[in-house]
Design a protein around this ligand. Structure first.
Ligand code: ADP
Ligand code: ZN
Length: 729
């Protein structure tokens, strides 16, 4: 049966491979074992019951509380040629009649129901006349009183389950706490319970947090990286949503607001515009997102700090459901913490305590220097163990040697002390930079010995420094009022007992670093394909992604298929869609390729292959080293592993130092360098004298004339000369 499932995967859904756990889950369901599926949003839960639904003889009943999502799902299934119908309170009477008839006639493979509809005697009567093979309960956490989405009617589904003892029961959720898991299993009387918990790591999301300094400007800079693409901006309040949406609209962006203060109609309308790619950007409060299934959301920007990690995770989870790279940026400010504190303070004492713990975990996540996936996944009880995810700001920023920042640290700390440990970062910086603001005059802070002693650094640099002081535990921020306080470690620094090392400059152009795009596709063609898709979607009144996901269009613009056979190889092209749309797209493709003299490429030779997860494992440096020795260039490896050249160089370094292997000489050592032969010689001499463990002494010995990036490469070259059997010059 699983072979049949695999065939359906390609023939009907158009997908090559199962995503992690899908195969095991489908197998389990086909063996009629009750199954609990815990998978993050976008993990591909629906497919787990949709494929069995095609293989079972009888009906699959899907219970879902999100009525708005039902029609979306059904629309997608119908496009795939799968007969699915809905029974809920929003469909018209005639549609209801039709759907019932469809069930009675044994035509429908799946029926989607709201829980309250399922519980109606009429519905149960209809179902009892049919063979029900599977009951899938989506958003299964709604069963549990421990969850925040508890729905009493969900508990009653249990009774229905007992009426169909032969049907296998599948519960699905993206909420992970063990207590809720147990509750679901208990409630549903899962006897031979089999649970499948997928990793909550969403590999394709690039995670980044930057200090919020000029949020509007930062937002616009970020948005400019995503022309014609969909994304969501989350703000804390309705007022902020309206304000920002207005500003962005005036700046020429295609945006709409979404929050609970708008009329139902306007909200619905704006959501539809977004889903159908009629507008690009949704500025919203967290009220937005539950009912949408749009797979091609390319970015989520948090204009304000979310309240906790769970919320953050849920919101960023709406990006990149299609598995393609998506960017998540959070603008972080201590001012926002204070705003959230204000909300928390409205709660009762116990709730306050819990909310504070959650907020602190989030702040810890924001301030961390380690891979962002470590604290994020730790929150969900998962341990992230790869040395680098390459998809967060911390992992993808180039290694920087730290400099001695003891003096600015002392200045800052003593200014905190002299102002009475009552003020926030911004005010301290104003004092250090000699501001003449009213606040400074009022507090007589212009009379302090620390007034205007920090003019050598910009405000931005001071902000960046202060964040490091917090991370290093020299300062603590009062969660209530935002004032900075010294810690015992700070005193050691002030007394000159300890030196502090850090960085003076934050990385510029921080927004789209990390792994580069997976495909190098023809953007002009893509745009034409996108327009064609939109045209077709509008004609049948469905969202464009229902016709084909973005990834299909990207593959078209990468491999230029010009025959049916080649087109069928592509992601998302199943038999029915091929039949429906194949010729329309082929026509466009052939025409374009003829005009531009482009030949078809085989899909197997992917432009840039996505490295499979087992390859990413611990021994990546070995793979890189072996690849290099087999003749691949640094440039080719950069593309193959979708990383920056620097990362390849550090893998190669590791290959030599940790594995004791040798590397071949490559002309690239020379061509990638921009320094003079004299400098190169001086660097090699310095490595000879000072060793290769640390670059800082060599950097200093060369008077800072050779950048760290070049030193990394020079070191590699130097070591190749030593370990390899080929001369280095
Ligand atoms: P979830 O319900 O877990 O949030 P979905 O079932 O909506 O996730 O799936 C997210 C997206 O991933 C959908 O667009 C779906 O078609 C796609 N998808 C699911 N399984 C696969 C697969 N094996 N290969 C490629 N895409 C898949
Ligand atoms: Zn990382």
């Amino acid at each position: 049966m699983i072979n049949q499932a695999k065939i359906h995967l390609k023939n009907i859904f158009g997908y090559e491979e199962f995503r992690p756990l899908q195969r095991e889950i489908i197998e389990n369901i086909l063996k009629r074992r009750d199954t609990l599926i815990i998978m993050p949003t976008g993990g591909g839960k629906s497919l787990c019951y949709q494929i069995p639904a095609l293989l079972f003889e009888g009906l699959t009943v899907v219970v879902s509380p999100l009525i708005s999502l039902m029609s979306d799902q059904i629309g997608q299934l119908r496009e795939l040629g799968i007969k699915a119908v809905a029974l809920n309170s929003i469909i018209s009477y005639s549609e209801y009649q039709n759907n019932i008839a469809c069930i009675m006639k044994n035509e429908a493979r799946l029926v989607y129901l709201a829980p309250e509809t399922l519980l109606m005697p009429k519905t149960l009567e209809i179902l009892s006349n049919r063979k029900v093979d599977c009951i899938a309960i989506d958003e299964a956490h709604c069963i549990s009183e421990w969850g925040h989405d508890f729905r009493p009617e969900y508990r009653k589904i249990v009774g229905v389950r007992l009426q169909f003892p032969k049907a296998v029961c599948v519960a699905l959720t993206a909420t992970a706490t063990p207590r809720i898991q147990q509750d679901i299993k208990d409630c549903l009387h899962f006897e031979t319970s089999n649970e499948f918990i997928a990793s909550f790591n969403r590999e394709n999301l690039f995670l980044q947090i930057v200090q919020k300094i000029n949020p509007v400007k930062q937002t616009i800079e970020f948005l400019e990286k995503f022309p014609n693409q969909s994304g969501i901006i989350y703000c804390l309040t309705r007022k902020e949503v309206d304000g920002l949406a207005g500003v962005l609209k005036n700046a020429g962006f295609s945006v709409k607001p979404y929050h609970a203060g708008l009329s139902d109609e306007e909200r619905h309308q704006n959501q539809e515009l977004f889903i159908r790619d009629d507008i690009q950007i949704m500025v919203a409060t967290i009220a937005f997102g539950m009912g949408i299934n749009k797979p091609n959301v390319r970015f989520v920007l948090h204009y304000n700090l979310p309240k906790n990690i769970e919320g953050y995770y849920q919101q960023i989870g709406r990006a990149g459901r299609d598995g393609l790279r998506a960017d998540c940026l959070l603008l972080f400010s201590y001012g926002d913490i204070i705003k959230i504190k204000y909300f928390i303070n409205q709660k009762d004492e116990k709730e306050q305590r819990i909310a504070n713990i959650h907020l602190n975990a989030l702040v810890g996540f924001a301030e961390t220097n380690e891979c962002r996936r470590i604290p994020l996944l730790r929150y969900f009880g998962e341990q992230y163990s790869l040395p680098s995810c390459e998809m967060c700001d911390n992992c993808s920023s180039p290694e920087h040697e730290l400099v001695d920042i003891t003096i600015p640290t002392q200045k800052f700390l003593s200014c905190v002390k002299r102002t009475g440990e009552l003020f926030g970062t911004s005010h301290i910086i104003d004092v250090l930079r000699g501001s003449k603001s009213q606040k400074i005059i009022n507090f007589n802070h212009d009379k302090l010995s620390t007034y205007a002693i920090g003019m050598e650094y910009s405000k931005q640099q001071w902000f960046y420094l202060s964040r490091q002081f917090l991370q290093k535990g020299l300062l603590r921020q009062d969660m209530e009022f935002g004032g900075l306080r010294l810690t015992p470690q700070a005193w050691e620094v002030l007394q000159g007992k300890n030196h502090v090392f850090g960085m003076l400059e934050e990385q510029k152009d921080t927004y789209t670093r990390g792994k580069k795009e997976e495909y190098d596709y023809d953007k002009v063609l893509f745009e034409q394909l996108r327009q064609k898709r939109k045209e077709l979607a509008d004609k049948t009144s469905v969202p464009p992604y229902v016709i084909f996901p973005d990834k299909t269009l990207i593959e078209m613009a990468t491999f230029f298929p010009q025959s049916g056979e080649a087109l069928f190889q592509l992601h998302g092209v199943g038999a029915i869609k091929f039949e429906k749309y194949g010729n329309i797209f082929l026509e466009l493709l052939c025409q374009y390729c003829q005009t531009h003299h482009i030949e078809e490429k085989f899909k197997l030779i992917k432009a840039v292959s996505f490295v499979s997860s087992e390859k990413i494992g611990k021994h990546r440096h070995i793979l890189v080293g072996e690849g290099f020795n087999s003749g691949k260039s640094i440039e080719e490896l950069t593309a193959e592993f979708s990383v920056k050249p620097n990362t390849i160089i550090s893998h190669l370094y590791k290959y030599i130092t940790e594995e004791g292997s040798s590397l071949r000489y490559s002309d690239e050592f020379l061509t990638l360098l921009t320094i003079s032969p004299e400098q190169r010689e001086a660097a090699f001499n310095a490595f000879d004298r000072m060793g290769t463990e640390r670059l800082k002494p060599v950097f200093d010995a060369l008077d800072g004339q050779v950048s760290y990036d070049e030193l990394h490469l020079l070191r590699l070259w130097f070591l190749v000369g030593k370990t390899g059997d080929i001369a280095r010059f």
